[in-house]
Design a protein around this ligand. Structure first.
Ligand code: PLP
Length: 404
């Protein structure tokens, strides 16, 4: 009764008037519900490594708890962690203003850094260019900041990436920034050094903020992907976001960070101080251990990346069995982005295909509508090899049923 009254009286505030539920989480929820009902669902929807957090990190966290790492820290994060991040960045960035710990803010996952960056940099009347397809939350974060997200469609002949010229063509006098993600979720495409140089130069020239989400940077199959910090000569309008979630299999620990000019990290810190305060203390110590023990990190990350690459190779080989299925050749992250437009002509093929695949073949993937490209589906290969291979086999079978 009380609930019924609440739903009659609740009308969402203007802050969330346009907010959509995360489509990626909606798929996992449906897959979980089917599982609970006894179905043997293969979940290729999740954007989360299927590995355990490496042991050296878990042990460091246990030691940190025993040593009393259970209290608040400074909002921006413990200094040793910010120092470790600054040292890591120093290997990449050779521009005019070296990165210091004050240019770094540690947050509750890179997601919070991305949101806080959008919130402090953009507002009403601002437009933000988002190369599309893109991770579903960028559009919502920009909208929550009451700015306008402007999707810029990537070039299908070029891994669905955008060029500087394409960004320029989508700009207006209200453009204030660009949100870039390489390696990309959902496509697995990786921007080359030359491509990043052009985009960084354009942003510099136009005075736009460039938010570069590099959370998948270590998961890249031709050596570490290029960072915008590798090519930038100034950080004046650059926000680089990274974290430990993906490369170190630490999704649940919730540690990410932003590297930005000091005025921006200060503003993000003020925002964070009134919302969530510091990221979880023990998790900060775990992240510190993850980054500081270089030999153990190299060992753990490279063995996970090798496994992702082996799965990628097997997947690509399997896809050759159905040449009518086009996909973006994945060079990083752990996603295969597949075009299923042939399934139906109404532009919503990805949603129809994903529903058919889940209901009839017990495989969960994310419909491309979540990434503003509704003729595609995203298959995550962050799942055991057997599941991935069984899953792709069923994708091919399902496609054959729908497109005889
Ligand atoms: N950025 C991208 C492109 C992602 O795919 C994700 C997670 O799915 C995140 C950021 C969020 O990562 P975190 O767990 O560090 O908040």
């Amino acid at each position: 009764m009380a609930q019924a009254t609440a739903s009659r009286t609740f009308s969402p505030s203007l802050n969330i008037a346009k907010l959509k539920e995360s489509a990626t989480l909606a798929v996992s929820a449906r897959a979980k519900a089917l599982r609970a009902a006894g179905r043997n669902i293969i979940d290729l929807g999740a954007g989360e490594p299927d590995f355990d957090t490496p042991e050296y990190i878990r042990r460091a966290a246990q030691r940190a708890i025993d040593a009393g790492a259970t209290r608040y820290t400074a909002t921006e994060g413990i200094l040793p962690l910010r120092q470790a991040i600054a040292e890591r960045v120093a290997m990449d960035y050779h521009g005019e203003d070296a990165v210091s710990p004050t240019d770094i803010i540690v947050s509750t996952g890179s997601k919070q850094s991305l949101f806080n960056a959008c919130f402090v940099l953009f507002g009403p009347d601002d437009e933000v260019l988002i190369p599309t397809p893109s991770w579903t939350s960028y559009y919502e974060m920009v909208t929550l900041a009451r700015a306008t997200a402007v999707p810029v469609m990537g070039d299908a002949a070029h891994g669905l990436k955008v060029s500087a010229a394409m960004l320029e063509a989508a700009a207006t006098p209200r453009t204030r920034g660009v949100m870039l993600n390489s390696p990309s979720n959902p496509t697995g495409a990786v921007y080359s050094r030359a491509e990043l140089e052009e985009i960084v130069a354009l942003c510099d020239e136009r005075g736009w903020w460039l938010i570069s989400d590099e959370i998948y940077r270590d998961i890249s199959y031709r050596g570490r992907a290029t960072s915008v910090l590798d090519v930038a000569t100034s950080r004046d309008r650059l926000v680089v976001v990274d974290g430990v979630a993906k490369a170190y299999a630490m999704t649940g620990w919730r540690i990410g960070w932003a590297i930005a000019p000091r005025a921006v990290t200060k503003a993000m810190g003020a925002l964070q101080s009134h919302t969530t305060s510091n990221a979880t203390t023990v998790s900060q110590h775990a992240a510190l251990a993850a980054l500081s023990d270089r030999a153990a990190a190299e060992n753990a990350v490279s063995s996970m990346v090798r496994e992702f690459q082996a799965r990628r190779d097997l997947l690509v080989a399997a896809m050759a069995r159905e040449p009518r299925l086009r996909y973006v050749h994945p060079e990083g992250a752990f996603y295969l982005y597949i075009n299923v437009a042939a399934v139906q002509p109404d532009g919503a093929a990805g949603t129809a295909f994903a529903a058919h695949l889940l209901e009839r073949h017990d495989v969960a993937v994310v419909p491309g509508a979540a990434f503003l490209t509704p003729e595609w589906i995203r298959l995550s290969y962050a799942a055991p090899r057997e599941s991935v291979m069984e899953g792709v086999g069923r994708v091919i079978t399902a496609f054959g049923e729908l497109v005889p």
